[in-house]
Design a protein around this ligand. Structure first.
Ligand code: ZN
Length: 71
């Protein structure tokens, strides 16, 4: 287990991003006229993307995440 460059926190962030992506797709398909709801989810998504980026570059005590190269 220790020989693999994995990061639980990163996995969690990525899973959250996948869930949000699904939500965006769902909103796009089901509530076409609910621009506001969609914009809100898109905003959450962008925040999460920024969080993942920050985690990748300095998420470990200011150091890059060891799992970066798996993405
Ligand atoms: Zn990490």
């Amino acid at each position: 287990m220790a020989s693999r460059n994995e990061c639980k926190l990163r996995d969690e962030l990525v899973n959250r991003l996948i869930a949000l992506n699904n939500k965006v797709n769902m909103l796009s398909a089901a509530w076409l006229h609910s621009e506001q709801a969609r914009a809100q989810v898109q905003e959450q998504r962008q925040e999460l993307v920024a969080e993942i980026k920050l985690h990748k570059t300095k998420g470990h005590d200011g150091k890059p995440c060891p799992a970066v190269h798996h993405a």
